[in-house]
Design a protein around this ligand. Sequence first.
Ligand code: CU
Length: 163
Amino acid sequence: MMKSKSFIKFSFIAIFQIGLFSVSVAQNANLGRLSISDAYVHETVSGQTVVTGFVKIKNTGPADKLVSVSTSAGFEAQIHAMKMEGNIMKMAQIPSIDIAANSSVELTPDGMHIMILGLKTPVKTGDVIKIKLKFVNSGEVELNFPVKTLAPISGHDHGKMKM
Ligand SMILES: [Cu+2]
């Protein structure tokens, strides 16, 4: 009896640690001729079940294409772009992101981004979400997307400075 109980306990701890502290996934990756860097997601606010992810992709090889994103952190991950509808900026799902030969593509808050829908638990600064990126030519890689706070960190937002 004692043996099986402690076995269950150890199994539980092992699974728990794999989920939280896996170090096999990096924040930057080289995948074929692609170098992927600066991955992050925005911190969620209370009640928010979507989160946006951003990353830089530098291609020193032939043309490639980001064809899918996936994560176990939410029910679904999509590739999104911003587009103007009248005077309103709206986001819409797009099927893929072209990465031209010898070029760089940056996913940014005002441009193309990764959108995770149905986030299972809220995330805050210090947390990490794993997102898998799949490219048509270079294959796939899973990256750590650390959570960054939404507040501006540069000194350019003078509106929020106390005078
Ligand atoms: Cu979006």
